[in-house]
Design a protein around this ligand. Sequence first.
Ligand code: AMP
Ligand code: GLY
Length: 431
Amino acid sequence: MKHNSINVLILGSGGREHAIAWKIKQSPFLNKIFVAPGNSGTSNIATNINININNYNSIKNTILEHEIHIVIVGPEDPLVHGLHNMCKNDTDISNVTIIGPQKEGALLEGSKSFAKKFMQKNKIPTAKYEKFEAKNIRPAKSYLKKMPPPYVIKVDGLAAGKGVFICEDIKEANRVLEDLSVSSRFGEAGETIVIEEFLKGIEMSVFILTNGNSYKILPVAKDYKRIGENDTGLNTGGMGAVSPVPFMNQELLKKVETKIIQPTIKGLKKENISYIGFIFFGLINVEGEPYVIEYNVRLGDPETQVILPRIESDLLELFINIEKNSIFKNIPIKISELNAATIILSSGGYPEKYSKGHIVTGCDDVTESILFHAGLKAENNKHLTNGGRVLAVTSLHKKAKIAIQKCYSSIEKIHFKNVYFRRDIGKDIIK
Ligand code: AMP
Ligand code: GLY
């Protein structure tokens, strides 16, 4: 493999995709990098291509026109809808490496009931569960009666983080079930419902890169999903993250590897599901025992903004060789000892209604942190807010506490109308 020879296309437009582009950009093997549709951050380091990433023909044309060798799929939707399968079945582009599983593997994220059954079959620790049809909720209501509160109710399919309900009492839980039985807001995703036992513990995110045979464990992170401080208020895509996670010691990581990662890889093989890409294990640590809350078939956002800056190995080299197991398995993955933190600057009102188009100033004055753009666009040499999560401010330092402080000092320099961010990122686990 020659230096400056590989053309890469990244699909997506968030902080995660900016961070992936930033990392790939450092590889000597890279020739050209494209991001579709990208954002103002990716346009500084790559070529943005304004296409709909759920439109197969647009992606195919982009791959052919720019002679793309590797496609990295940021979000889950295109994977769940079979993008990888379509590329593999199309002789014009079947030799392109797609980082992200085919739709059979993407079911780990695309269907909660598939994922739960998979874990049960493969003895992977997870909360007890039962699945029900939304149109007939009587059995679901009787199941709830036998369980202690709080109650965890989930719609089966993709729901952009809005399909999980944690109810404190049975009345509220029954109300959620009744609503799901008549509401069509989740479409097909809501036709099946999963009810789970509630697990109490601290959550963490573990990521691997795998080709279905070998895997590399990437840095572990913790994200902060709720909008409000002390984990209160509505769920968001994520308001900040830290990596590493102090309570993830060698003993716990070993348990994650033997009880969760290895049985997942073996389970996929047993079912003849080939898998190229990332697996994101959303875990909960219940008194020293890891349980899987959910699988995702992609990297997390904003976890990516803290894990990629800690990977010292060349990620592009791993992607180039991912389909050649004998090479892939022998490439070591080197992880920095530094601590990373990222804090999301969001538009006030997010995750509900918020306004866009406000001028963002001060980004150029930030020297101590890396800024990953998300809902931000450039117009007439100005930066304008263009989404709920606007920017991720990432810092690194030997000491976790100082990495976090560096983020907050950088944030002081950035201004836009109605800016909101959490002031307690990392506070619960970093002393
Ligand atoms: P999910 O979309 O499945 O990751 O669920 C969203 C969030 O709901 C998780 O990050 C947890 O905070 C919470 N959650 C989901 N399932 C459970 C469970 N069985 N026990 C406790 N909390 C849960
Ligand atoms: N930060 C959680 C996710 O990307 O799903």
